[in-house]
Write a protein that binds this ligand. Structure first.
Ligand code: SF4
Length: 335
């Protein structure tokens, strides 16, 4: 942006100089005055943009919304828009919104732990199962929720092909290497055992690294690794939790994931379609949070009325059924 503003500034200087030159040579005064006004407007705009740029640099921002400085550019179903990210947790019995939050982080990942912990506190339960889609998946979330004794089912994102020239190829992705707990070794897709080589620190995480000398003569090496020292597999110190979670999802996850979709689609669908609240009227994170709180309350009230109607209908149906039975009984006894 800096570069673009400076370029614009240089162009305006150039135009001004040209106009001043023409001014000396020509007597077409009204046209030149008009041009000068236009350039003055451009100059003002450039100064405004420079001020915005200064603010952004000061706060280390790479985007700013002039309408609502708290909102951020986010991907929506219809493209990219200036948005807030509304988070909700929904109970699976009544489909009521248990808790909500409005964040300006376009990703969902950082909302997983606080939303699950708040839901546990609100529902006053120590037996909480938290279902979420792949946007909420991270190794740290799995670890924290496990520490908090919250039973998490979070879809794991599919691994793409990494590196240039698609190496490793999908069949040599890390997930295709099998860990053997007993021997603390990995088995690579070619059936070679990989042994502990050393430890590695990445950020705040520690990994154990596994290698095999078999890479030297491996016929499929070019599809597995580009490294001159052969393929390395790094295992996070809490990887066992991730493996356990993956296994749990494979065994018992699919039904829960379908249920999750229905659970969150219900309130969001109702909020957007029935309550016509797919957008907010207020600006600023605090006000938008308040507005979304009212939207969630309206949804819960609507849902509560429906639950009561359903309950009354069931009771009425039961009474009707019982009456019909006694009527049948009576008629039978008359007969
Ligand atoms: S390159 Fe090494 S790790 Fe990869 S398949 Fe071959 S032997 Fe196994």
């Amino acid at each position: 942006m800096d570069k673009r503003i400076n370029e614009m500034d240089e162009k305006v200087d150039k135009y001004l100089k040209e106009i001043e030159e023409n001014d000396k040579n020509e007597d077409d005064e009204p046209e030149i005055t008009n041009m000068k006004e236009k350039i003055e407007t451009m100059r003002k705009r450039i100064n405004e943009l420079k001020e915005i740029q200064k603010k952004m640099n000061g706060k280390d921002l790479n985007e700013i919304s002039l309408t609502d400085p708290d909102a951020k550019l986010m991907k929506t179903r219809t493209g990219i828009d200036v948005c807030y990210n509304a988070q909700i947790s929904v109970d699976d019995k009544y489909h009521l919104i248990v808790d909500y939050d409005v964040v300006n982080d376009p990703t969902d990942c950082s909302s997983m732990v606080p939303m699950a912990m708040n839901a546990r506190e609100i529902l006053k339960t120590n037996d909480l199962e938290a279902l979420a889609d792949k946007g909420y998946f991270s190794a740290d979330n799995i670890k924290t929720l496990s520490d908090e004794k919250i039973d998490a089912f979070i879809s794991e994102p599919k691994h793409g092909i990494s590196g240039k020239k698609g190496i490793p190829a999908p069949e040599f992705h890390e997930s295709k290497f099998t860990y053997n707990v007993k021997n603390d070794t990995y088995m690579c897709p070619q059936g070679n055992e990989m042994h502990f080589f050393g430890k590695l620190k990445r950020g705040d995480k520690t990994y154990a690294v596994y290698t095999t000398t078999a890479c030297t003569t491996c016929p499929v090496r070019s599809r597995c690794t580009k490294s001159v020292t052969g393929r390395k597999i790094s295992r996070w110190e809490h990887q066992a939790l991730l493996d356990e979670h993956r296994k749990k999802i494979l065994l018992n996850g699919s039904g829960r994931m379908k249920k999750r979709k229905a659970l969150v689609e219900h309130p969001f669908g109702t909020v957007k379609r029935a309550l016509n609240s797919g957008y907010t009227l207020l600006k600023g994170k605090k006000k938008v949070s308040g507005e979304f709180g009212l939207i969630a309350l309206a949804y819960n009230m609507k849902r509560f009325v429906n639950i009561k109607i359903e309950e009354n209908m069931t009771e009425n149906m039961q009474v009707l059924h019982e009456n019909r039975q006694s009527l049948c009984g009576s008629s039978l006894s008359i007969a």
